[in-house]
Design a protein around this ligand. Structure first.
Ligand code: NAD
Length: 467
């Protein structure tokens, strides 16, 4: 199925959609767990029936390889949606805390109810347009929240397909897709939401957070940044190089947790480059430009932004460097001897360039990371437990992965989360559900308890409250 391009949603349509969602929430139909399970099942069918159409749309938008479309997007949401259906009763069960409290309170039914927050908004980026809209949508459905999704305006084929299919498979009174960009997001931000889940760049993240603050709206910000790799000399360098290069080539480096630069002991820099070359030749026997496994850069603006970073580097290009302007494709490229202050160390690269930064020791690496905004992920390659612990204790980042890159996204039980400059809140699997749930504390104090409570009323007769 190839969806027609869906035009931008008008502002009046968008306001009407918001009103419909609010009405549906008030109607109480989303409180019914079997309704939620049915919508989740519909979401699973949407993904199962149309994964090939999604592969095609992603290829059309920016040349994403079908395997990456499947194992990185539709497959992940499909699997986690089934997981949500199977676990929803457990996830929604209220928690009786009477056995954990002070015995004085156990008779007062201390309970956490799992309550839907209300209508929510989901804003997605271009680089994984299915995963980063439909996974939060899965969470919203499971949590009983009606949702508006605003997918990226840069992936017009995939966003149009999402629009068409969500309205075809799901209840349009509760789940709507808004097409468009700045104008639509600006208008959506004027409306009152119970929660906003935003995934994208930090600049827009700030706009979203400021608008949400004006309405006291709960927000999840999944942002980007520069994810460093720290390489120890006590390492299997061929394996490390292969895993780092793989993490870099996925989606042509357009992934929030892509390894951005490698802090490498100076004395092993050349050995590391040799291992990277070996891996590069294995991955791309006919060259990276000819390889069908690497995609293109999303649009001209980003393509020339990435090329400009490369043109201005004072480092030495040692692998790749060639570009195909027509297909907006750049070879997976490695630059060595990159120094602090270099064009490659300014902003998130978000393209297929790996900067290798030589350092004297781990302390210099840690100091460099500490002097920069908190990354979404820190990667450490080492066989030395003391080295690994030292990095863990002396860095702050959303996640911390030892001896691999990128793979954390495949583990549903591990949340995707940032800290500081890389965002806040948790996403992925059950966390996508929890984001949209209010854990509502409750007690029910029986009249019969009154004699035991008299001590709390004035006039006070005691100075301590001994039980
Ligand atoms: P972006 O910030 O340009 O766009 C994200 C969304 O915001 C899009 O839907 C877009 O239409 C909308 N938007 C753009 N400009 C806007 C404006 N001025 N006002 C209101 N809305 C606006 O991000 P992108 O380029 O699509 O995505 C790349 C970024 O997302 C990278 O920084 C990457 O690291 C980050 N990202 C983070 C995660 C994560 O889980 N932490 C995952 C994927 C991508």
């Amino acid at each position: 199925m190839q969806a027609n391009i869906v035009p931008d949603t008008s502002l009046s349509e968008l306001t009407q959609a918001h009103a419909t969602l609010k009405r549906s929430f008030r109607s109480g139909k989303l409180r019914d767990i079997s309704y939620r399970k049915l919508q989740l099942a519909q979401l699973a069918y949407l993904l199962q029936d149309n994964y090939i159409a999604f592969q095609e749309s992603l290829a059309r938008d920016f040349g994403k390889h079908p395997l990456e479309a499947n194992i990185g997007e539709t497959g992940v949401v499909f699997e986690r949606t089934l997981d949500a259906i199977n676990n929803l009763d457990k996830w929604l069960a209220s928690e009786d805390l009477s056995h954990e409290t002070n015995p004085m309170f156990s008779g007062f039914k201390p309970t956490l109810f799992k309550q839907s927050r209300g209508p929510v908004m989901i804003i997605g980026p271009f680089n994984a347009p299915i995963l980063l809209t439909l996974q939060p949508l899965m969470g919203a459905i499971a949590a009983g929240c009606p949702a508006i999704i605003k997918p990226s305006d840069l992936t017009i084929h995939t966003s149009s397909l999402i629009h068409t299919l969500v309205h075809k498979y799901l209840d349009s009174d509760c789940y709507r897709v808004v097409m468009g960009g700045v104008e639509q997001v600006t208008a959506l931000l004027q409306l009152k939401w119970s929660s906003i889940c935003y995934t994208g760049g930090a600049q827009v993240g700030k706009i979203v957070a400021l608008a949400a603050a004006k309405q006291m709206t709960h927000v999840t910000l999944e942002l980007g940044g520069k994810c460093p790799v720290i390489l120890d000399s006590n390492v299997d360098i061929d394996t490390a190089a292969r895993r780092i290069l793989w993490g870099k080539m996925i989606n042509a480096g357009q992934v929030c947790i892509s390894p951005d630069y490698v802090l490498t002991p100076r004395h092993i820099q050349d050995k590391f480059i040799t291992s990277l070359k070996k891996a590069w030749n294995e991955f791309f026997p006919d060259g990276a430009l000819k390889s069908p496994d690497t995609g293109g850069i999303i649009n001209d603006r980003h393509f020339y932004r990435v090329l400009s970073m490369l043109q201005h580097t004072k480092g030495e290009i040692v692998i790749g460097g060639n570009a195909d302007v027509k297909r907006r494709k750049l070879e997976v490229t490695v630059v060595k001897d990159v120094q602090p202050g270099d064009s490659l160390l300014d902003d998130e690269i978000f393209g297929p360039i790996l900067a290798v930064v030589p350092v004297s020791d781990v302390d210099e690496a840690l100091e460099y990371i500490e002097g920069n905004p908190e990354p979404l992920a820190v990667y450490v390659f080492s066989q030395d437990e003391a080295f690994k612990t030292k990095v863990r204790e002396n860095t702050i980042s959303g996640s911390l992965i030892y001896n691999d890159t990128f793979f954390q996204l495949n583990v549903a039980q591990l949340p995707v989360t940032g800290i500081g400059a890389s965002g806040y809140g948790y996403q992925g699997g059950k966390y996508a559900f929890e984001t949209f749930i209010h854990q509502r504390p409750s007690m029910d104090v029986p009249v019969e308890a009154e004699p035991h409570l008299s001590i709390r009323y004035p006039p006070y007769t005691q100075t301590t409250y001994d039980v």
